[in-house]
Design a binder for this molecule. Structure first.
Ligand code: AMP
Length: 605
């Protein structure tokens, strides 16, 4: 993508503006920039009233809140804090007795291509049954449950079941190591783990249960009393007596009804770990009420979700995108969504496009890295080009997790969206809970490579190190100057680190520091994210702390004396990891150097 013609295209398209056409505007919830501006003005005029109205409109409260925002202990902001609700009831029960009850909630496509569909009513029964299985093991409100699952209906069920009984889940991405599992169990004090014997990706069986076993065996995980094992494949797994239980055993005899447990709006719905600039991952804690409001609201604002839509977010439930736009948002909105177990390149790199055709997907949401790698594949093999599939069902495209380069944006716009689908380039983070800066499809004129403007109620700005706001055209630090309902509440067990990381004293202690650099366009005021300003790399949209990688390298004590890690630009993954290593012995060369480099790469992996 670094050839001269694409560089020229990049300059040309950066100056192009794509206005939403009549199709995008017609029937849209926010239709036209005047409507967008009116919402921003409404939020400015009566900020708390704006959110209170929406929290009442979007959520069912078992105990209505009377206080919208409590700033008395800032930056530990609280939202709707005297109200009570249940997240699972707001995603499932609320649809019962409505036409959504018999609608397909999830179209699951397995790695091998088998398709399973589940209605909202069936999903509620499954979630309730698993919630009862959790309760039968003594798990309840306030307990933490670690979820280490493949992308499956059962993964979503596990999350919803925790929410149903007021247990706080912590999902760990299925690609993470036993060490990551151990650290997260320890930090969260998890009482149970929900996992699968294997996961299927790209035609391969990859172990999950044995990784959990290894993690627990590393020590300090005595809090775990039960490990639930979903038998994804018929393959055998090692059972630890008295601790492990298969899904089938756990569900036998359990009722398919389970009353949702009302929790306070501030009750931690989940803790999700993410990389920070120091060694230890941060447990980002989200609250039930504000988070769920945001998940539902952004399904409407950003995706303009409609009853007939088929929504597909390709993110894994191990990431925040898979929380907000797989496990919660689409269900709260009563949408039909696709959940995909596999990888975009198996059995061939046309899989995404073929699945869009197969399931008549209308809204497709993926990451720039996936788009860039599929461009490469399509350019070298016509057979996997999106033009081989009928993509006419699509009406909105989205991207997330990394800056999208204008060439990739244009390719996506032309070849996938047929030049008729707006692309919502959504900027957000684990900490923001949901989209904060993004185009609104029926309103915002699009500029390739720009996440455009903040959502109504989000006061985003660019400041220097003293907190002074910078004029458009100057690059600086991205901040959000007013709290919003789905913001991070704290770092699990480490409130000091929370304050220092996100609300530093230098910025006055009340301004949220995103950790990204950004610039606003001099002409349009649009935001463009320029990348992290801390020691965090963004490799294929995965946040990796340089210190975490350095620590892994020096932990190879037989070989490594010192290590330093930096990022370098990469055409496909956005950024790549570059490590400088001083060995304990002399400097090798030739094949020996290559072999050591490989050994270290595997070790870090
Ligand atoms: P995570 O919390 O893992 O989702 O990572 C959040 C980080 O991903 C942000 O701080 C940004 O660096 C990056 N990011 C997410 N969305 C975008 C976007 N639309 N454009 C540019 N960078 C993004």
């Amino acid at each position: 993508m670094s050839n001269p013609s694409s560089a020229i295209e990049s300059i040309l398209v950066e100056n192009r503006i794509f206005e939403p056409d009549d199709r995008a505007r017609e029937g849209a919830r926010i239709s036209g920039m005047d409507a967008y501006q009116a919402l921003c003005d409404e939020a400015d005029k009566d900020f708390e009233g704006f959110w209170a109205k929406r929290a009442r409109e979007h959520l069912i409260w078992t105990k209505p809140f009377t206080k919208t925002l409590d700033e008395s202990n800032a930056p530990f902001y609280q939202w709707f804090s005297d109200g009570e609700l249940n997240a699972s009831a707001n995603c499932l029960d609320k649809h019962m007795g409505t036409p959504v009850e018999s609608k397909t909630a999830i179209i699951f496509e397995a790695d091998g291509g088998e398709v399973t569909k589940i209605t909202y009513k069936e999903l509620l029964a499954r979630v309730s049954q698993f919630a009862n299985a959790l309760k039968a093991k003594g798990i309840g409100k306030g307990d933490r449950v670690l979820i280490y699952m493949p992308m499956t209906i059962e993964g979503v069920v596990a999350m919803q079941a925790c929410a149903r009984i007021g247990a706080t889940h912590s999902v760990v991405f299925g690609g993470f190591s036993s060490k990551a599992v151990q650290e997260r169990i320890q930090d969260a004090g998890a009482v149970a783990v929900v996992t699968a014997n294997f996961q299927l990706r790209g035609g391969k069986e990859l172990p999950l249960k044995s990784i959990v076993d290894e993690g627990i065996a590393m020590g300090g995980c005595e809090s775990v009393k039960t490990v639930f094992v979903y038998e994804r494949t018929p393959s055998a797994w090692n059972r630890v007596a008295g601790r492990d239980v298969s899904f089938t055993e756990a569900l036998t005899g359990q009722s398919t009804e389970c009353a949702p447990v009302p929790v306070n709006a501030e009750h931690p719905l989940f803790v999700l770990y993410t990389s920070g600039s120091t060694g230890k991952p941060k447990g980002v804690q989200h609250a039930t009420g504000g988070y769920l409001l945001w998940a539902k609201q952004t399904m409407e604002w950003t995706f303009d979700i409609r009853p007939e839509d088929v929504f597909w977010c390709t993110a894994d439930i191990g990431w925040i995108t898979g929380h907000t736009y797989v496990a919660y948002g689409p269900l709260a909105a009563g949408a039909t969504q696709v959940v995909f177990e596999g990888v975009p390149t198996y059995p061939n790199a046309g899989r995404f496009w073929q699945m869009i055709e197969r399931h008549k997907v209308t809204i497709f949401y993926t990451a720039p890295t996936a788009i860039r790698s599929l461009i490469k594949a399509a350019e070298s093999d016509e057979a996997v080009h999106p033009k081989q599939s009928d993509l006419s069902s699509l009406r909105i495209l989205g991207t997330v997790r990394e800056p999208i380069n204008p060439e990739a944006w244009m390719w996506y716009y032309r070849n996938v969206g047929g030049e008729r689908c707006p692309i919502v380039d959504t900027f957000w983070q684990t900490e923001t809970g949901g989209h904060v800066i993004t185009p609104v499809p029926g309103a915002t004129p699009l500029v390739p490579g720009s996440c455009t403007l903040p959502l109504p109620g989000i006061k985003a700005a660019i400041v220097d190190e003293t907190g002074k706001e910078l004029p458009n055209g100057s690059g600086g630090m991205l901040v959000i100057q007013r709290p919003w309902p789905s913001m991070i509440r704290t770092i699990w067990g480490d409130p000091d680190r929370f304050k220092k990381s996100y609300f530093p004293e230098e910025l006055g202690g009340r301004t949220y520091l995103a950790g990204d650099g950004a610039v606003r366009d001099a002409r349009t005021g649009y935001f463009r994210i320029t990348g992290r300003i801390d020691d965090v790399l963004n490799v294929s949209g995965h946040r990796l702390g340089t210190m975490e990688i350095e620590s892994a390298l020096v932990a190879k004590t037989d070989l490594v004396a010192e290590a330093a890690v930096v990022g370098r630009p990469d055409d496909v993954t956005g950024e790549a990891i570059c490590a400088f290593v001083v060995l304990k012995r002399g400097r090798p060369d030739g094949d020996e150097a290559k072999a050591i480099a490989k050994e270290l790469r595997d070790w870090v992996g």
